[in-house]
Design a protein around this ligand. Sequence first.
Ligand SMILES: C[S@@+](CC[C@H](N)C(=O)[O-])C[C@H]1O[C@@H](n2cnc3c(N)ncnc32)[C@H](O)[C@@H]1O
Length: 267
Amino acid sequence: MQRPLAGRNLAFATRTFLPSMDSYSQTPLGPPARAQGNLRDMFDGVSSRYDILNRLLSFGRDLFWREALARRLLAREFPGSFLDLATGSGDQLLAIRARWPHSSLTGLDFSPSMLEVARRKINKAENLADIALVLGDAYATPFPDRSFDSVSISFGLRNLEERPALYREALRLLKPGGRFLVLELFFDSRSWLAPLHRFHLERVTPWLAGRFFYAQGRAYNYLGDSILAFPSPEIIVDELEEAGFKGVERQTYTFQSAMLVWGQKPL
Ligand SMILES: C[S@@+](CC[C@H](N)C(=O)[O-])C[C@H]1O[C@@H](n2cnc3c(N)ncnc32)[C@H](O)[C@@H]1O
């Protein structure tokens, strides 16, 4: 088994219920995560340029969408305990901390290199130092039942094809009444801007990805294709209701190019 983090001095999770890096490196990924093939390698390969491409492709709007998610987090008890799944380079964690300065915050991802980028950001500011980063599988996290007031996933659900399995894990992790939030990009074929949006996803995105991720051929088309293939907000609402969430609501942003969907675990 590969030990990807050894020797990198990563300041990983400090809470006692979290596994040590060594125990994680001996823990195989669950079947759905294994079925993601070399997706983890792809994210490892693009980590150093991920943020800049994100910013460019969303015209900087991702910061606004992240703030919208942070505003919708629900803390059933002060100061709130939040988990961000597939947290990648940590920008969603930073947006949450800005909005919820006293919250207990954990980010989990299965890509060591993406987490390394997150760790560098976190180390830059004192008010971020207590954010826990966990190397792990979003389908099978190491946390006990009912650990969090809110669980979020930003631009990550597209990569997790076994969505019902992820919803089950989110339900397990939430305290009763806690909230699950999904921020994601999508393509709305009914929008008047659809032709332009399609051009952006099919032409501009692969071209820009080619400039930034030259060593990661697969990433060129993956980005646009995965957005084109992602279901509408209505379908995500239906899926969350089917999974057992209550009071599911949605909001779309920036000419129907991003969605925020949230729902609560029953009391
Ligand atoms: C598009 S990035 C999004 C990163 C970040 N959430 C953001 O808002 O920018 C998708 C992330 O999902 C992570 N990921 C994909 N499948 C995962 C899984 N099964 N468990 C944990 N992380 C996963 C990847 O490593 C990658 O960092």
